[in-house]
Design a protein around this ligand. Structure first.
Ligand SMILES: [Zn+2]
Ligand SMILES: [Zn+2]
Ligand SMILES: [Zn+2]
Length: 342
């Protein structure tokens, strides 16, 4: 009985499943067919199920990204120039000092928004480190631990990298591909992207406040003809009053000048953008607080969340590169950091 099982084992090994590891080039003998296996020497993972994919529609995705970036850049310039044209004459006519303060604020917000946008859009998102691969003497034991092979780039992909099909390259610590900046958000530009969201939210808040302030000074008088004659309160009167208010505002809005219309447009667009960008910023900060990226969050959901990261303010400080300087002044933060790295 023991001999027959030994025969069975030997036959299986010698018959088939003689496979070469892509990482170190060594030939491996597997006891049975395994579509995914890890090399015992270099640690590289080979997936035999993956066919060499075609990078279809890469030019289409790139064209879409370029268009989005141009549209967003033109919109930012329009808000800056339109805002200056519509708000400044009104603000300077009210108070010269107020005009100077607003000029300084506008220059600071415009410069930071445009520079952080350019940094996140045009900076490389994160290049994975170059490693030696392919031949046994050069690749040491465990050199390619958990590396996989990217069939799009035809080179090793580190466990921290993802391949982006829109950028056509592997990106280190990829968070997501953002079509509005036409770039991936990864290890090299994640901080710039967060800074862009923060400055964009601050700028939209400023634009909405200033456009409201300026519009109130040039809004034509609103005439409520019959409301003042109504006595008492019931649902019919409330409906009538509501209709009258809407009608009165619509009538006065018709008399608005071009400057007034631009102010209304600036207010509506800045408030809508403010809501969208605030939600995105909050979502990004909560992922950083949890110590993961958006893609990491999706994969932890898919795998049932077996890899649980520590939720800690230290994650946010570490992300912005100031964990050491802050922990010097707050010993409690240093203790919590030690606890997590243990
Ligand atoms: Zn290997
Ligand atoms: Zn790749
Ligand atoms: Zn990308």
């Amino acid at each position: 009985m023991a001999e027959s099982s030994k025969d069975y084992f030997v036959t299986t090994v010698t018959e088939d499943h003689d496979i070469t590891c892509w990482g170190c080039g060594l030939r491996l003998l597997l006891p049975s067919y395994a579509p995914v296996f890890k090399c015992g020497w270099c640690g590289a993972i080979t997936n035999q199920n993956v066919n060499k994919p075609e990078n279809k529609w890469l030019w289409g995705r790139r064209l879409r990204d370029r268009c989005f970036v141009i549209v967003l850049f033109v919109f930012i310039l329009f808000v800056i120039c339109g805002g200056v044209w519509a708000v400044y004459p009104i603000v300077f006519s009210i108070s010269y000092m107020l005009g100077i303060v607003n000029s300084i604020l506008t220059v600071i917000l415009a410069a930071t928004t445009v520079s952080t946008f350019c940094l996140s859009a045009f900076r490389c998102a994160g290049t994975p480190p170059t490693v030696l691969w392919g031949s046994y003497p050069d690749v040491g034991k465990g050199d390619l631990e958990n590396y996989t092979f990217c069939h799009y780039c035809s080179k090793p992909k580190s466990p921290r990298a993802h391949h982006c099909r829109s950028c056509g390259t592997c990106v280190l610590d990829m968070d997501h591909h953002c079509p509005f900046i036409g770039n991936c958000v990864g290890a090299s530009n994640h901080r710039h992207f967060i800074a862009f969201l923060f400055t964009a939210v601050s700028s939209t808040i400023y634009v909405s406040i200033m456009s409201t302030y300026a519009a109130l000074h040039i809004w034509p008088p609103v005439n409520f003809t019959s409301i003042r004659h109504w006595n008492g309160f019931n649902s019919h009167i409330a409906t009538q009053a509501f209709k009258e208010i809407i009608l009165a505002f619509a009538n006065s809005a018709v008399q608005l000048s071009a400057r007034g219309l631009i102010l209304v447009y600036l207010f509506i667009s800045s408030v809508s953008l403010q809501i969208g960008l605030s939600v995105l910023l909050w979502q990004q900060l909560s992922y950083i607080y949890e110590g993961k990226t958006y893609l990491g969050h999706l994969s932890s959901q898919g795998s049932g969340g077996d890899h649980i990261e520590e939720k800690d303010c230290q994650n946010i400080l570490r992300f912005f590169g100031c964990s050491y300087s802050i922990s010097r002044y707050f010993p409690s933060l240093r203790n919590s950091h030690k606890k997590h790295t243990k």
